[in-house]
Design a binder for this molecule. Sequence first.
Ligand SMILES: *[C@@H]1O[C@H](CO)[C@@H](O)[C@H](O)[C@H]1NC(C)=O
Ligand SMILES: *[C@@H]1O[C@H](CO)[C@@H](O)[C@H](O)[C@H]1NC(C)=O
Ligand SMILES: *[C@@H]1O[C@H](CO)[C@@H](O)[C@H](O)[C@H]1NC(C)=O
Ligand SMILES: *[C@@H]1O[C@H](CO)[C@@H](O)[C@H](O)[C@H]1NC(C)=O
Ligand SMILES: *[C@@H]1O[C@H](CO)[C@@H](O)[C@H](O)[C@H]1NC(C)=O
Ligand SMILES: *[C@@H]1O[C@H](CO)[C@@H](O)[C@H](O)[C@H]1NC(C)=O
Ligand SMILES: *[C@@H]1O[C@H](CO)[C@@H](O)[C@H](O)[C@H]1NC(C)=O
Ligand SMILES: *[C@@H]1O[C@H](CO)[C@@H](O)[C@H](O)[C@H]1NC(C)=O
Ligand SMILES: *[C@@H]1O[C@H](CO)[C@@H](O)[C@H](O)[C@H]1NC(C)=O
Ligand SMILES: *[C@@H]1O[C@H](CO)[C@@H](O)[C@H](O)[C@H]1NC(C)=O
Ligand SMILES: *[C@@H]1O[C@H](CO)[C@@H](O)[C@H](O)[C@H]1NC(C)=O
Ligand SMILES: *[C@@H]1O[C@H](CO)[C@@H](O)[C@H](O)[C@H]1NC(C)=O
Length: 688
Amino acid sequence: MQALNILVLLHNFISLVDSDNCGITSRPGSVICDCQSQYRKLIPQHCPKNTTDLLLANNNLGILRGLAFAKYTKLRQLDVYNCSITAIEKSAFGNMVSLISLNLFSNPMQKFRRNVFASIGGLQYLSISHQLLSTYPESSWSDLSNLTTLMTNGEISNGTFSPVFSAMKRLKYFRHFLDNDMHVLHNDTFKAFGNIYLKTLELTGRLRRIERDAFLPLRVLCSLLIPNLKQLRLTNTLRSFYVFNDRHMDEIDLTSAFYSYGEYIITAELFQYIGNICLKSLLLRGNKIKTIDGTAIETMKYKNCLENLDLAKNDFDIHQILVISLLKLFSNLKRFDISQLEKDQHLKMFHYDYRRSSKNFGNLANRSMVNNSYHRISDFLISLPSSLEYFNGSLIEVRAGHSPNSITFTGIKHMKMLDIASTTLEDCNYTIQGLEHVKVLNISHFKCHVLNNTFIGSCVNLQQLIMHSSSLGTGLENDHQGVFLKDLKSLQHIDFAKNEFKSQFSKLAFQSQLHSLRFLTLEGNMFTNMPFNLNDFNHLRLLDIRNNKILYLTNTETNDIERVYTKLKRPLAIHLEGNPFVCNCESLNFVKWLFNTKVKLDRHGNYSCLFYDGSFTTTYEVYKKMQDVENHCSITSHRRWMIISILLFVVILVVGIVIVGFRYRNNLKTFCLERIIKPCRSDYQKIE
Ligand SMILES: *[C@@H]1O[C@H](CO)[C@@H](O)[C@H](O)[C@H]1NC(C)=O
Ligand SMILES: *[C@@H]1O[C@H](CO)[C@@H](O)[C@H](O)[C@H]1NC(C)=O
Ligand SMILES: *[C@@H]1O[C@H](CO)[C@@H](O)[C@H](O)[C@H]1NC(C)=O
Ligand SMILES: *[C@@H]1O[C@H](CO)[C@@H](O)[C@H](O)[C@H]1NC(C)=O
Ligand SMILES: *[C@@H]1O[C@H](CO)[C@@H](O)[C@H](O)[C@H]1NC(C)=O
Ligand SMILES: *[C@@H]1O[C@H](CO)[C@@H](O)[C@H](O)[C@H]1NC(C)=O
Ligand SMILES: *[C@@H]1O[C@H](CO)[C@@H](O)[C@H](O)[C@H]1NC(C)=O
Ligand SMILES: *[C@@H]1O[C@H](CO)[C@@H](O)[C@H](O)[C@H]1NC(C)=O
Ligand SMILES: *[C@@H]1O[C@H](CO)[C@@H](O)[C@H](O)[C@H]1NC(C)=O
Ligand SMILES: *[C@@H]1O[C@H](CO)[C@@H](O)[C@H](O)[C@H]1NC(C)=O
Ligand SMILES: *[C@@H]1O[C@H](CO)[C@@H](O)[C@H](O)[C@H]1NC(C)=O
Ligand SMILES: *[C@@H]1O[C@H](CO)[C@@H](O)[C@H](O)[C@H]1NC(C)=O
């Protein structure tokens, strides 16, 4: 504590003498002088004269005196957030002819006594407490007429924004952080906005209710952003949108707006308040919505305006499918998101109970297929608008007894991203049709242990396939002909991470990608060596084979890599970290290669490895003491050779003896008889 106090004192002292410990960053066109959190009492005077951004947040400036910043005539941004400013003197901002952005948030100042903004009439961005702003002298409101962006926080007396707004003729964007005690937007909350042209209104914080006419004064509003308010009620919120009827709007963001109240069904009556707006982007994610009435969408007046619909992270049940089936009514829809939460969070599933809900399927499935849940349905149809570029249907848990023969998407014309990761059926023993115009497909976490080899054969123009954790090691076991990827001739990027691959790929596995493939991820599999000959690829840039089971690369493998590197004539990267490398006498060439190759390796080739003495070290350590290691190995191999030689010698000797013995067996016999046995016999005879 004592030490801290001394530190503070020291700091205060330093700032009094205006030390030059501010960070200065120069970029083309801007010079940033960063003096934040320094217990300063004075405005720093040592920043470069041409400083454009002066950051002073969290200091202790007290009163801003006249011409305090006069030195900095090039200043465009001034941040005095949380600077204990109690007053701003006349002409404090004098001479700051270029200032466009000012942050005054979190200062104890209560009241403007003068029109201090008079000298900075070019100001465009202002952050200030609403209470302080509302004390600006009325006779000088015109000082604020160039503001385009305003952020306020704090209390709003009587729940009505200050009349000073009426002078901000150029205000386009207004954001207010709602105070805890603000619960209702009244009919006259935005009264002061009646004759200005606000385009974007963003409210954050807490809000419970919106009166019907609250937004009436906002005559040209394009974007209404009220995310994360959580406590709003669906009914009165949507009803207050009636004022936007027949208007063109860019966005209504209702993310997690209704989270806490139990109105989880959007009826046709309610939805028409949205349907009557020509709205480009509607965000309804995270609202626990269970149902959007099918007719709600059918009866929307401006279906053609909608380009982005975000329904992610709600609680849809079977009716959600109906929503998908109605998507094609939105003829200009570009983005659709109905993804759910990550696993193990609150999760709602689709119950594909074909029997019970067959009448609801509408256009989605061929009715004749919808028989009962225990029967294999043969084909499944999903119609999408041809304008769709992004479809996120990931993380939806599907409960279907059996997979169908095929799932067919119709209408896809230029889909950039189709993300259905984790939205898997029981197996992949079917085909997905209609993906000819998809560029990026994410089907990770699919249960593909049983796999029809033509599963994604329709993706003839696919550039990126993300399919990690999908049991392909098992599923592709019998695909010796490489059918799985055969028709995907444009693939540049394949992610096959965590698929339990063990054995080498068939020679034909990537036959159609030899000219297209650039990035290949095989991370987290069980390969013990290079799963294919790299030299087959002509444009490879990155191979990620981290976390496999490779002990070391053999000379053949490193030679192949060198050959492909020479051939490619462009940088090649290989990621190898996380393999259980060994640094023993067999892998010495590999370790040397790691530090001599021009191929770009992760960790610069410095990986953990198991040393021959049983300890763990790094390849770099081993490389450093290569001479010693080589000596050790040559001695070991010397010894081994000696042992082998001796053994060999002994064997040859024995064999030689045997052969010689055999060849001269008769002589030997004679010899024996004569020299050994006979004398013995004669001995016997003698005894006898
Ligand atoms: C600011 O002034 C310094 C010299 O004092 C000069 O080197 C630098 O280029 C100037 N920066 C800008 C953005 O004008
Ligand atoms: C305000 O600045 C002081 C230092 O002057 C600091 O201790 C405090 O945490 C800051 N408060 C906020 C909300 O940033
Ligand atoms: C607003 O900016 C314009 C230039 O964009 C300038 O001519 C005018 O004086 C400014 N208004 C005020 C009140 O300073
Ligand atoms: C607040 O509203 C009350 C009555 O609703 C009114 O008497 C009072 O003048 C208002 N105050 C302000 C600052 O508008
Ligand atoms: C707000 O306006 C609506 C519609 O004009 C009206 O029904 C309601 O009574 C008004 N609320 C208040 C508090 O005046
Ligand atoms: C449903 O499938 C049958 C044959 O499987 C076909 O004859 C019929 O035209 C299909 N109906 C629709 C609406 O696609
Ligand atoms: C429905 O399933 C039954 C067997 O449960 C079968 O006999 C019948 O042909 C199926 N109907 C259709 C339309 O597929
Ligand atoms: C799809 O949604 C999931 C869950 O919200 C998210 O994690 C994922 O990044 C999204 N996919 C894309 C391509 O944006
Ligand atoms: C895969 O589907 C085919 C029909 O397309 C079927 O004959 C086969 O038994 C299925 N395989 C498995 C393992 O379910
Ligand atoms: C699917 O892959 C894309 C591209 O890598 C990624 O942005 C997205 O987050 C993935 N989806 C999920 C649900 O992880
Ligand atoms: C794979 O699907 C295709 C098309 O649906 C089908 O003709 C073929 O028989 C299936 N193959 C297997 C092995 O089930
Ligand atoms: C090699 O990796 C080890 C362990 O991560 C680290 O301690 C060491 O500094 C690295 N050496 C070099 C030269 O990067």
